[in-house]
Every structure is written in C-alpha cells, then in structure tokens.
Design a protein around this ligand. Structure first.
Ligand code: GLN
Length: 276
C-alpha cells in the first residue's frame, strides 16, 4: 500500500464513523505516525508505506474512529503558536481561549507577575509568559494530574518563569500581582450533558462544570481579586458566549473599572476584563 492509498483509506474509515473533519484528521494521524511534513508527503505519496508505520496508522485510526479526541491520540495541541502536551486530565486548549491571552498581552505591563487560576494544561499562563515582555507567573489548579501536565509544559516552554501550585482557587495564593487571568469551568451543570460527545465523554468534567448557574467561579474570583492585585492591576477571565452581562455585573459590583466584554473571532462574547 502506498502512502496515498493509506491516507485515502483512512479518510474513508473516519468518514464512515462520522468524524467531522475526517480529511484533516486522517492526514494529521498519518503525519503523526510517519513524522512526515506535507511537503515530504507530496514527494513520497506513491512510495510503499513501511509495515511498522502502517500498523501504527491503523492503531491511531481505530482510536479516532471510536471518537477519542485527536489530541488525546497525538498528545498535543497547538495554542498561540506553541505546542502543549495534553491528556484526559486537562481541557484541550481551545482557539477561543487565544482571545483571553491576546487581550491580556494588550494590557499587562512588561515585567509583570501574573496569576492564573484554574490553569489546567497551563496554556494561558505559559503562552502569556512566552509571548509577553519579561513576564513571570504562577498557575494554580486543584487537580494534581492537571498540574503534572502543566509543569511539563512549563518546563519545556518557559523554564522556571512559571511555577505551579496545587490548591482550591485562592487558597494557596500569597502576595500581589499586576494581573490575574482565568479560564474557569463555566458550563451550567445541566448543559454539560448537551456538550458534544467528544467533549462530554473525554474531557474532565472538573474543567467544564461551572455549577448550577455556571457563575460560581466568577463570583469567587471577583469577590477576592482586589486583595491580590497591585494598584491598577487587571483581571481578565474567559466566559461562555451568554455570560457577558452577568460576569461584567460581577466585575462592577467588585469595583473594577473600565469593565469591557471582548468578542472572540467567531463574534461571541468571550472575555471580560477590568482593572482596579
Ligand atoms: N469552552 C469550553 C467548551 O465549550 C468550556 C471551557 C470552560 O468551561 N472553561 O467546551
């Protein structure tokens, strides 16, 4: 079998199992097992695929056909141009969350110390520190399994500039910061069941379930953020598409100024920001 035949067969298999992006996923899996770039594939597509690569390809195709997320098979997801390791203990970094990082990069002064609550894979604080000027940070998460992944990502991408602490929201946090960021769980408990199967069945509920009204974490965060912010410090959070009003009201109740709701690329409300 040639590489091209293997790729075409992979597409047919994934399409027959109703994988939405069958063409892209079949290619990404072939590229993952063969370590080929697109350019190398075009040169080699009519050559015979070696037996070991073919076995590996069949194995990963079979997993994807069972709707295991692609990122759990390859173990990685790109975010802000960086490659993050992921597994079933962390939310797979979403493109929507890049809006949070982009907004934070606009307002956080160089040399700032930044806190990230509910850090998960660490993608928000690590990409901020990697892309900002002279930034350092702390990521906090309640899940030890998530912290293992976050620490590996941090060490590989930003070295010692980000440290990770285990704890429930503010509990392990000491000192003051120039900015606090968070992408907390914000899906209403009843809506978790309505999520796509690949999300619902494979990503951690702990990272998704924002309690009955989806706002628990925003209440906790806005109620205490001032105690941990330097004068003029910023708070930026990711929100669900329908939470802009509720979350900006919480910011205002807590005395934040210039409170603003920012939209993501598809045009949904995605970030609330404000400063003290
Ligand atoms: N945006 C994620 C989703 O829709 C949820 C992220 C979160 O709860 N922080 O799956």
């Amino acid at each position: 079998m040639t590489y091209k035949e293997a790729l075409d067969k992979g597409i047919v298999i994934l399409e027959s199992e109703r994988i939405a992006d069958a063409k892209i996923d079949a290619w990404l899996l072939l590229s993952f097992v063969s370590e080929m770039t697109k350019a190398q594939y075009f040169l080699k597509q009519t050559e015979q695929i070696d037996q070991l690569t073919l076995y590996k390809y069949q194995d990963v195709l079979c997993k994807r056909a069972q709707h295991i997320p692609l990122q759990h098979i390859t173990g990685e997801q790109d975010f802000m141009g960086l490659s993050f390791w992921v597994n079933e203990h962390v939310l797979i970094p979403r493109q929507d969350t890049e809006t949070l990082v982009e907004e934070a990069l606009k307002v956080i002064p160089s040399g700032s110390h930044v806190l990230d609550l509910c850090t998960g894979s660490g993608c928000v604080i690590i990409s901020l520190v990697a892309l900002g000027q002279g930034l350092s940070g702390i990521g906090v998460d309640i899940s030890e399994e998530a912290l293992t992944i976050a620490r590996e990502n941090g060490k590989r991408l930003v070295g010692a500039k980000v440290v990770f602490e285990k704890g429930d929201l503010w509990q392990p946090v000491t000192g003051k910061f120039n900015a606090i960021v968070s992408n907390p769980p914000y899906i209403r408990t009843a809506d978790v069941e309505e999520l796509e199967e690949e999300v619902k069945d494979h990503e951690p509920r702990l990272a998704l379930d924002g309690t009955e009204d989806g706002l628990f974490f925003y209440r906790e965060i806005t109620a205490h953020a001032r105690e941990y912010l330097n004068e003029g410090g910023w708070l930026l959070v990711e929100i669900g598409y329908d939470q802009g009003q509720d979350v900006s009201a919480l910011f205002e109740e807590a005395g934040f100024k210039d409170v603003e709701v920012v939209k993501d690329l598809p045009g949904n409300d995605r970030v609330v920001k404000g400063h003290i």
